[in-house]
Design a protein around this ligand. Structure first.
Ligand SMILES: *Cc1c(COP(=O)(O)O)cnc(C)c1O
Length: 444
């Protein structure tokens, strides 16, 4: 293993000739429905730098969508996964079990909020974890309805498409969708009609009113929410909203599910974003940052809820693959050793200070929000109208890419520029990436 030098360096235009050659092959062989933000083909990934096949080194503000929080080739992940690969690649946990799976479930019980008895089940992807959380909640409550929120994102399988709010690109043309899914308002402070201060309690009252009047609380199996909404635009539900929803769920025998697939594992400066308001979910779904880039996902929760489905009712051929479990143990080891929660908080203060300074110069930055290393700016035509400005988001992302900084957009209106740097990124690279973003604003 050779370390990737931690410096931005452009030796060709982006994408370079070798990437373009591979992209031409890709267009001939890979289905058009699978897109790429930036068609730069990767050679190596380490720390805060992605090195491409042309020898360019780009600053990574995306982490493969909040996955490689410990870096793309973290020492402990590579060491443990390599050792596991040499021993065995697969048995299927449902055929003959292995220790790594149990160890990951023990770690999840230790790290997730609450000191009640907990159990976990492991899967391959975030969507699969969310699907299984619904299965478990339905088996436990013997109810069917599932409540989700405006701007929510939960995946691309049929049930999780139904749970997801945004039509394009996630749902368009792919229906019919799973039934018994209901969407209610979320506390989106920046766009709440009566202002951010009133948003939390007002939005909670509206959501609860809709649930009781339109569905009936006694019919609801689960309420599922991202404690910081990811694809929907890094929306932090206004203070008071989540505790009110949790209380309503508890009072009515509804399973409260925190989808921490994007916000979990140190991303927001805490092991899980729901800790911010002291929330203890009944079930919690995790994936993305859990295993340093290897495909793994989990549902963790109260033992009596997790044990509700009959034996054999949960599982899957690859769920909790031993190499992915080894990767997760390496990732968790790294997070603890390097105190990546503290690192995420440092990233937040540095980024927010720099972005606030930019906001004073560029009034199209309507809102700066997020926590830890999950930070975003919402772009508007002007701060009074708050009309979404997706063109600016696209233009800024394009300018950053050309200068060797990988940034992503998101948001229901496509007008949010989001930053998800690896938590191990150096401060100099973080500042340099922000310099490039600032320069991109100047050329708008
Ligand atoms: C990414 C994501 C999912 C889906 O995860 P996949 O691994 O892509 O299936 C679900 N929920 C949230 C909050 C996510 O960010």
């Amino acid at each position: 293993m050779t370390a990737v030098p931690q410096e931005r360096k452009l030796v060709t235009a982006i994408p370079g000739p070798k990437s373009q050659e591979l992209q031409a092959r890709r267009l001939g062989a890979v289905a058009g429905g699978v897109g790429s933000v930036l068609p730069v083909f990767t050679k190596r990934l380490d720390g805060g730098i992605l090195e491409d096949v042309d020898g360019n080194r780009l600053i990574d503000f995306g982490s493969g969508i909040a996955v490689t929080s410990v870096g793309g080739s973290a020492e402990a992940v590579v060491r443990r996964a390599t050792a596991q690969l040499a021993d065995f690649t697969h048995t299927c946990f449902m055929v003959t079990p292995y220790e790594g799976y149990v160890e990951v479930c023990e770690a999840l019980a230790e790290l997730t909020p609450g000191d009640h008895a907990k159990k976990s089940a492991l899967f391959n992807s975030g969507a699969e974890a969310v699907e299984n959380a619904v299965k478990i909640a339905r088996a436990y409550t013997k109810r069917q309805a599932v409540v989700v929120f405006d701007h929510g994102y939960h995946g691309r399988t049929n049930l999780t498409m139904a749970l997801t709010a945004k039509n394009m690109p996630y749902k368009h043309g792919f229906g019919p969708f799973a039934p018994e899914v209901y969407r209610v308002p979320v506390a989106y402070g920046y766009r709440w009609p009566t202002g951010a201060e009133n948003c939390g309690p007002e939005a909670a009252a509206q959501a609860i009113d809709q649930i009781t009047k339109q569905i009936g609380a006694e019919n609801v199996a689960a309420i599922i929410i991202e404690p910081v909404l990811g694809e929907g635009g890094f929306i932090e539900p206004a203070k008071g909203f989540l505790p009110a929803i949790v209380k309503f769920a508890n009072d009515n025998g509804i399973v409260f599910v925190a989808d921490e697939i994007q916000s979990g594992f140190c991303r927001t400066g805490q092991w899980f974003a729901c800790e911010d308001e002291g929330i203890v979910p009944d079930l919690i779904t995790t994936a993305k940052g859990i295993a340093g880039g290897l495909p793994l996902a989990a549902v963790t929760g109260r033992a009596e809820i997790m044990d509700a489905p009959h034996a054999g009712g949960l599982g899957g051929t690859y769920g909790g693959n031993p190499v992915a479990c080894a990767g997760a143990l390496g990732s968790i080891e790294t997070m603890k050793e390097l105190d990546l929660n503290a690192k995420a908080k440092e990233i937040e203060s540095l980024m927010k200070a720099r972005l606030s300074a930019m906001q004073e110069k560029y009034e199209i930055i309507g809102d700066i929000r997020g926590r830890g290393a999950m930070i975003a700016i919402e772009l508007v035509k002007d701060p009074a109208s708050k009309t979404p400005n997706p063109e600016a988001a696209a233009a800024l992302a394009k300018a950053c890419h050309a200068e060797g900084v990988i940034v992503l957009t998101c948001g229901t209106y496509g007008n949010v520029l989001r930053f998800l740097p690896p938590l191990v990124i150096g401060e100099d690279l973080l500042n340099e990436g922000l310099d490039v973003i600032e320069a991109a604003f100047a050329t708008l």
